[in-house]
Design a protein around this ligand. Structure first.
Ligand SMILES: [Zn+2]
Length: 89
């Protein structure tokens, strides 16, 4: 069965809500801010990037290779009240 973008988004939303992800600030350079999102077992850590308060990407394979809105971006969005660029288009 083909996976639609909507299904992918709902799955990421679900994971962002259910999993105990932690978001840490990882500094900023100019208008760019970086966050590190770590899962509850501290085994996965991915970097979420924002520009001018808008989330622009994540280093996880889901976002980087498939261009999906991943749970890391959604979690960062929820914690820091920031929009996700991909959802604004
Ligand atoms: Zn991600």
């Amino acid at each position: 069965m083909k996976t639609t973008n909507t299904m992918t988004l709902i799955r990421s939303l679900d994971k962002a809500m259910m999993e105990n992800l932690k978001v840490y600030r990882n500094g900023s350079v100019g208008s760019e801010q970086n966050f590190v999102v770590v899962n509850h077992e501290n085994v996965d850590a991915y970097e979420v990037t924002a520009n001018n308060g808008i989330i622009t990407g994540c280093t996880c394979p889901h976002a980087f290779h498939r261009n999906a809105v991943c749970k890391h971006q959604i979690k960062t969005s929820l914690v820091h009240s920031m929009d996700i660029q991909q959802l604004r288009q």
